[in-house]
Design a protein around this ligand. Structure first.
Ligand code: SF4
Length: 346
């Protein structure tokens, strides 16, 4: 039974040029109340009352809505991690009382770049937001138009100076559905993106680099996302939300109006076969710097991992390191992880 829930809030004040998530104005404030009602309907029908260890509000800009009535529907463990994503400079109705972790979309502290990518906040707004919460994670994007290696590193240093205890990095990807897809800007090369990622590891040496793109101070790993990388189950509520329950991965409609009409309709449902589960376990496990636990996999899937994958472990031996529990990817292995890990697919 899932002990984690993700709730998607598809509203933002405006749409950033690089964003192809289900987000944006989507009917504006007039749609907030109907959306909360639809969410309550979906949760009432699907949630089985488990005590949740983690609850995560993502988007979009979840802090635009009053989410207390939604939080009130869940049973939360005493030490549950309750995270909400916020955008700097946004005024909302206030965060639910139970929120104890705030993820701030900083993206960069460069005002010129913020403007280029369609963000409506300033670097000063972002700094203020980071200082407004006790347990805060900062999101940054690397590979942005006009961004330099030095500029990116100085962004990270500033976040560290402001006392954040968690940093998540996103390499810019321009995908269909965003303004940049139709009007592509000049962006740093793939090689420069890789250099930026490597520079982040050097800059954040005092943090634990616990997942390809995530860094934390001691004791501040994001528990909700760790559950994904541990291939755990989770509920997904809201338009465009994804979930994983009882061997089925599912997604809800990305059409907000459609969701308001019928919050119980699933857009996709995929039964995960044991082979798919094994492959997911490997793909997700290698995202963590702790890597995969071979004994655990052998037990779970009744197999001999070293024997089954001897070929790929030998072929790419320079990209793997031995850990007390199995294997992890080296830094260079993480840079080419898609190519390496695709060899584990049957
Ligand atoms: S990037 Fe974030 S703030 Fe910008 S439109 Fe997308 S979800 Fe909203």
């Amino acid at each position: 039974m899932p002990k984690s829930a993700y709730v998607h809030i598809p509203f933002c004040k405006s749409k950033c040029h690089y964003c192809s998530f289900t987000s944006g104005v989507n009917g504006g404030a007039a749609a907030y109340e109907p959306y909360i009602n639809a969410l309550k309907k979906e949760i009432a029908a699907r949630y089985k009352g488990e005590t949740l260890d983690t609850l995560y509000f993502g988007g979009g800009t979840p802090s635009l809505l009053d989410l207390q009535p939604v939080v009130d529907m869940f049973n939360l463990a005493k030490d549950a991690e309750v995270t909400i994503e916020v955008n700097p400079g946004g005024n909302g109705p206030g965060l639910p009382l139970e929120v104890n972790r705030v993820s701030v979309g900083v993206q960069t502290f460069d005002d010129k770049i913020l403007q280029l990518i369609g963000r409506t906040h300033s670097a000063a707004d972002a700094a203020r937001a980071l200082q407004s919460y006790e347990n805060v994670s900062a999101d940054f994007i690397y590979g942005l138009p006009a961004q330099t290696l030095e500029g990116f590193v100085s962004d990270l240093r500033r976040a560290v100076d402001l006392g954040v205890n968690h940093i998540s990095l996103y390499g810019l990807k321009i995908e269909p559905g965003c303004a940049f897809y139709d009007n592509p800007p000049d962006v740093p090369s793939d090689e420069m993106q890789a250099d930026m990622w490597l520079a982040a590891i050097d800059t954040l040496k005092d943090f634990e680099h616990y997942e390809i793109s995530n860094f934390s101070r001691d004791g501040f790993q994001g528990r909700h996302n760790l559950n994904y990388w541990n291939n755990g189950q989770y509920y997904g509520f809201g338009a465009a939300a994804h979930g994983y329950e009882n061997g089925v991965r599912y997604s809800n409609t990305t059409d907000v109006q459609e969701y308001l009409k019928n919050p119980l309709a699933r857009e996709t449902e995929t039964v995960i076969t044991p082979q798919m589960q094994l492959e997911e376990e490997i793909f997700l496990g290698f995202r963590k710097t702790a890597g995969i636990d071979v004994a655990d996999i052998n037990k779970k899937f009744g197999m001999d991992f070293n024997d089954k994958y001897a070929g790929v472990l030998t072929k790419y031996s320079q990209y793997f390191v031995n850990t007390p529990h199995g294997y992890a990817l080296t830094k260079n292995g993480m840079l080419v992880s898609n190519a390496v890990l695709s060899e584990f697919i049957d």
